[in-house]
Design a protein around this ligand. Structure first.
Ligand code: HPA
Length: 290
């Protein structure tokens, strides 16, 4: 890595390695968050590529984030599944955290589905529910850690990309209709990404609620920003793994164990929803055929 920022040559090396290790030409990317990596088991004809073998790829250090690309077929689509991801709190730069999005872009992937585990801030949310991400608040980006900081290579995207519609309206509509058809309750809301790794104080949670967040986590936003910059369509789904605690008198405590355990419980519902979305996923520019 060239000091702080990847060059297009670095990215090309990662892409060339991935291409050399798979028979498939993935069109759709899927990023699996904490406790959700079991979804990759549904991929057929899978080529599995550990992150540690891919040039420049960051390697996940967190329990619940097995690090590998699983490339194969899922519901009629050629998919690249990221089984696990890396986070800013692990000490990686925003550029490292989002390198996989650049690799997906150069591999020709047109749509990426980002999943995560999040704490519910909206009082209407319950642990174990799914939330469709309608928009996000990039608080870390506002504080100076935007993954697009640094030299801009216009072959990836513009210097000043719009973020008005990060989460594709057509794909959100597809997710809502699919969830309704499957009778899977689907909340909708604004996802807030914090740096972590400490969970929030109750005062943090009340602050985040006031500024418009419905759920809080430690991922997804940097990836969504880079994917949009690169022209990929983005769909984001959070699993509400716990209800964020907004009162210091509360006896409850948020733990990573709780996040992983609730993740396991929602996997069947999330799997069903994602499989149906994938099978109805339109190619870019095509209408949704539900
Ligand atoms: N806060 C931040 N990140 C999280 C949480 C939370 O409560 N739950 C899962 N990821």
């Amino acid at each position: 890595m060239n000091a702080e920022f990847f060059t297009s040559e670095d990215i090309a090396q990662a892409v060339a390695y991935v291409r050399s290790q798979t028979r498939h030409q993935p069109q759709v990317g899927l990023v699996l968050g904490s406790g959700l990596s079991g979804l990759a088991d549904a991929v057929t004809d899978a080529d599995r590529i550990p992150f540690s073998r891919i040039p420049h790829f960051p390697v996940s250090t967190v329990e619940g984030h097995d690090g590998a690309l699983v490339i194969g077929r899922l519901q009629g689509q050629d998919v690249l599944v990221m089984q696990g991801r890396v986070h800013f709190y692990e000490g990686y730069s925003m550029q490292q955290v989002t390198l996989p999005m650049r690799v997906m872009q150069r591999l020709g992937i047109h749509t990426v589905i980002l999943t995560n585990a999040a704490g519910g801030i909206n009082p209407a949310f319950h642990a174990g529910e799914l939330m469709l991400i309608s928009d996000h608040i990039n608080l870390i980006g506002m504080a100076g850690q935007n993954p697009l900081r640094g030299p801009n290579d216009p072959t990836f995207g513009p210097r000043f990309p719009s973020m008005t519609r990060v989460y594709d309206p057509q794909l959100r509509d597809l997710a809502v209709k699919t969830a309704a058809r499957l009778q899977i309750p689907l909340q909708q809301g604004v996802y807030m990404c914090l740096a972590g790794p400490s969970f929030e104080t109750p005062a943090d949670i009340r602050f985040l609620r006031v500024i418009g967040a419905d759920a809080v986590g430690m991922s997804t936003v940097p990836e969504a920003v880079v994917a949009r910059h690169g022209g990929l369509r983005v769909l984001g789904i959070s699993t509400i793994s716990n209800v964020a605690i907004d009162n210091i008198e509360s006896e409850a405590e948020t733990t990573h164990q709780e996040v992983l355990e609730t993740g396991k419980l929602v996997v069947p519902r999330l799997t069903a929803l994602l499989q149906e979305i994938l099978s109805a996923l339109p190619a870019p520019g095509e209408p949704v055929g539900t």
